[in-house]
Design a protein around this ligand. Structure first.
Ligand code: UGA
Length: 429
């Protein structure tokens, strides 16, 4: 098959490389010339394990191309996948301008019976306006389907090659057959739904996971009031098959480019259909302020942050990525600076992003190792569970002062750190 993927962000590049690895001819299309030039050299503009190697492999086989030219790519493809970003606008509502820009730019070059697949996360109802936009610029017969993406950053290649399921939103038998054939090599269950159900499934999956995390964060907070240990509680309830303990750790709140945005959008959507008493509105507001409540407690236990030397370890929003969208560090670092702390930040991959995203401040410097960051620190914050951070032998360091240690992901052995002289604080333990 010949496929164009419009948008070379996370989802676009990974999908393009994976479809090419199944033997199809794939064009990755983007309006950003600089990005396209990098991708042509198999250079990925962000860090994602295994992606650069996969790009190199497919490009050298001659099945994967990157271009800025709509006419060249769209006019020879039978499947067009829209994978552009759908950021939140300031009111929480999703901003679909990139989707419509892409649709308007590609519509004039569509061939007869092309399938246009919406992979970008868009609210139910978007397909109707997409169809109308295409019709305004093209007179060919075409189909629109929805295929939401469920990959996670940091494991995007593996998640795409081996998804838990593939959801294909279409009522058309021939479209379903074609898209099923495309995904056959993944050997995953294929679920056929309507377009609206596919789009709701995407929002529902992210909203459920975000709610589950918010729930366990609340139980963790309650544990702190009575001496219970949240990790023991998770193990105890996780054996119940209806609950399970997979993908369930408490922390300072969920972040990243998806959960906060999609929960906000579902809240905005609920309000637009007069569903005002939304559970998700509460999930969103609890998560937004959570990290500040935790920092206030920490601040009290240290008698303030003024002039305190603090090592912030883990600046990306999660391990194995340099993405800092809605990363906890983007709340933690400004808060600490505001309170007069002197910060050394460290991250295995996100230092360059951090220098652009975090405030420039005389009290904020970056280090190239954990050792340097924690040297002389009054407080160590292990914010993100990068392997390098969680396997660092903090307990073997000779603690010359009573050093405070905040384990924001409950990754460390509490007793070992306490025995080594740290004043340990986890989440819900
Ligand atoms: C998330 C979903 O997991 C993917 O299925 C989905 O495709 C993606 O959003 C998307 O919509 O594009 P992602 O944001 O890459 O993926 O990362 P996750 O690993 O799910 O983590 C999201 C946030 O939740 C992170 O801040 C993480 O630290 C936090 N989290 C996750 C917790 O606090 N506790 C957990 O138990 C799990």
């Amino acid at each position: 098959m010949k496929i164009t993927i419009v948008g070379t962000g996370f989802v676009g590049v990974v999908s393009a490389a994976v479809y090419a690895s199944f033997g199809h001819t794939v064009f990755g299309l983007d309006v950003d010339e600089k990005k396209v030039e990098m991708l042509k050299q198999a250079q990925v503009p962000f860090f994602e394990p295994g992606l650069s190697e996969l790009l190199q492999e497919q490009q050298s086989k001659g099945t994967l191309f990157f271009t800025t030219n709509y006419q060249e790519s769209i006019s020879q493809c039978e499947i067009i996948v829209i994978a552009v970003g759908t950021p939140s606008s300031s009111q929480g509502k999703v901003d679909l301008k990139y989707v419509y820009n892409a649709i308007e730019s590609m519509a004039p070059y569509l061939q007869e019976n092309t399938i246009v697949v919406l992979k970008s996360t868009v609210p139910p109802g978007t397909a109707d306006t997409v169809i109308a936009s295409i019709k305004a610029k093209s007179s060919v017969n075409f189909h629109v389907a929805s295929m939401p993406e469920f990959l996670k950053e940091g494991s995007a290649v593996t998640d795409t090659l081996h998804p838990d399921r593939v959801v294909i939103g279409t009522d058309d038998t021939s479209v379903f057959a074609k898209l099923s054939e495309l995904h056959q090599p993944m050997q995953a269950p294929i679920v056929q739904t309507s377009i609206a159900s596919a789009q709701m499934a995407k929002y529902a999956a992210n909203a459920y996971l975000a709610t589950r995390i918010t729930f366990i964060n609340e139980i963790a907070d309650l544990c702190e009031t009575n001496g219970a240990d949240i990790q023991e509680v998770i193990t105890a309830i996780g054996y119940d098959k209806r609950i399970g303990s997979h993908y369930w750790y408490p922390g300072v709140g969920y972040g990243g480019s998806c959960f906060p945005k999609d929960v906000k959008e579902l809240v905005a959507y609920s309000q637009s259909v007069n569903y005002m008493d939304s559970l998700l509105a509460r999930v969103n507001s609890i998560n937004d302020t959570r990290v500040y409540r935790i920092l206030e407690k920490l601040e009290k236990s240290m008698a303030g942050f003024q002039q305190k030397k603090i090592a912030v370890l883990g600046l990306a929003f999660k391990p194995n990525t340099d993405d800092m969208r809605e990363a906890p560090s983007t709340k933690v670092v400004p808060y600490l600076l505001e309170k007069g702390a002197i910060i050394k930040g460290y991250d295995p991959k996100a230092l360059e992003t951090a220098k652009q995203v975090l405030p420039q401040h005389e009290n904020l410097t970056y280090t190239s190792s954990i050792e340097e960051a924690i040297h002389d620190a009054d407080l160590i914050i292990a914010l993100i569970e990068w392997q390098e951070i969680i396997s660092y032998p903090f307990a073997n360091q000779v603690a010359t002062l009573p050093i405070h240690f905040f384990d924001a992901r409950n990754q460390f052995n509490k007793n070992a750190l306490q025995n080594a002289g740290y004043i340990y604080k986890g989440v819900g333990r």
